[in-house]
Design a protein around this ligand. Structure first.
Ligand code: PLP
Length: 385
């Protein structure tokens, strides 16, 4: 094995030292609140297990996942201290409710069907479930509607608590527009969150944690921090939105660096079509470099003709279409050797583009750029301790 995980075609370096430092920076923004490291979707493509471990080492006391499978995999880690809690928030009826209760995972409940599923699982497990009631304060996605739905859910949860079947450990919600400073929905959601938590507390709910802040809110809206913050993308060193500021503005450092080794460098005449559809034609005699990654690795095809790559100290642009396994850059007559590194993105401080640059090139968000890097690209975790 070499430092690229035994392959030199392409690899993603994951700087766990940067991740730990990002956690510290974010914790400083939210002193007094606990820190939940959001590690869903394989840690936004960075590797959930090593990233969770690094986040816990840096002071995270909660881990957050979307699916129960993600939560169970974390809970099974021998290094995970029992007092570090795992919250899982995206459930369907056939999911492993009982396994989650037995593993002591905190289960999010947004509706009556889920409260029924978790109480049933707790009875079978003969163990009280840890339940966090999720309020829809305006996102319009998961969460319980305010009013009669919330009142009924709180009442049912209180009855189950009285029966000793579960304990309500949290009341929580999620923002729609926290990355748009001044958006009127922010204040509206916050007001609704206060009302819905106050109602539940008035009914006797005693949550350990109330929480609503994602990365953008953690960074820019201190009044939203409550008892716990839940940053995801910022922990990986990426700004939640270029409108809010760059990662450097927030003192965050991108954790992933995606590189590949040139597979071929060759001279071609002017007028030479490049890649499928000949969307690029060489303007004159030049050299082409073959970068052996494509949309099969999660490099977005929408960045055909626009994606930036650092080769031999110079920014190049994807020439023509990104194919499944490869794309081409016009090297303008330069002749780096085969095997030379092509850096698609990284922290940006050694001249390379960032995931944000790729997001702009592909018309998407940097979250998607890092998260979609596929399993064919080995992750090389650096600075493990
Ligand atoms: C993904 C997610 C987060 C983290 O969001 P970021 O914008 O990446 O900080 C927090 N809470 C919930 C419910 C999420 O789904």
């Amino acid at each position: 094995m070499n430092e690229t995980g035994g392959t030199s075609r392409a690899w993603a370096e994951i700087d766990l030292g940067a991740l730990r430092e990002n956690v510290r920076v974010l914790k400083e923004r939210a002193t007094g609140a606990q820190f939940m490291a959001v590690v869903k979707a394989d840690g936004y493509g960075h590797g959930a297990i090593p990233c969770a471990r690094a986040a816990v080492a840096a002071g995270a006391t909660w881990l957050g996942t979307a699916t129960p499978q993600e939560a169970l995999a974390l809970r099974a880690q021998p290094w995970l201290p029992p007092d570090v809690r795992v919250l899982c928030w995206l459930w369907t009826p056939a999911d492993p409710w009982q396994d989650a209760v037995e593993a002591g995972i905190d289960v999010s409940v947004s509706g009556m069907w889920a409260l029924d599923a978790v109480t049933e699982a707790a009875r079978r497990a003969e163990k009280p479930a840890r339940v966090q009631l999720k309020a829809d304060t305006g996102l319009g996605r998961n969460g319980c509607q305010p009013g009669a739905d919330w009142e009924a859910l709180v009442a049912a949860a209180r009855r189950a608590e009285a029966d000793g079947v579960l304990r309500v450990t949290g009341l929580w919600s999620h923002f729609a527009c926290a990355d748009e400073p001044g958006h009127p929905s922010i204040a509206a959601q916050l007001t609704r969150f206060r009302e819905m938590t106050a109602y539940a507390e008035g009914q006797g709910v005693r949550p350990e944690v109330r929480h609503i802040a994602n990365s953008a809110a953690t960074l820019t809206l201190p009044e939203t921090h409550f008892d716990l913050v839940r940053p995801g993308v910022a922990m990986y060193g990426i700004s939640p939105s270029p409108d809010l500021g760059t990662s450097a503005d927030f003192g965050l450092r991108p954790v992933m660096r995606l590189a590949a080794s040139l597979a071929l460098v060759k001279q071609v005449p002017g007028g030479h079509g490049v890649s499928y559809g000949h969307q690029y034609v060489t303007p004159g005699e030049t050299t082409l470099g073959l970068v052996p990654v494509g949309y099969g690795d999660g490099v977005p095809r929408h960045a055909s003709g626009t994606g930036p790559v650092l080769v031999d100290g110079k920014w190049r642009t994807v020439a023509g279409r990104i194919a499944m396994d490869q794309f081409v850059v016009d090297l303008g007559g330069d002749r780096p050797a085969e095997g030379a590194q092509a850096v698609l993105f990284g922290p940006g401080d050694r001249g390379e583009p960032t995931a944000e640059d790729w997001a702009q090139a592909a018309g998407t968000i940097a979250y998607e750029i890092v998260t979609r890097i596929g399993p064919r690209v080995p992750r090389v975790h650096l600075n493990e301790s």
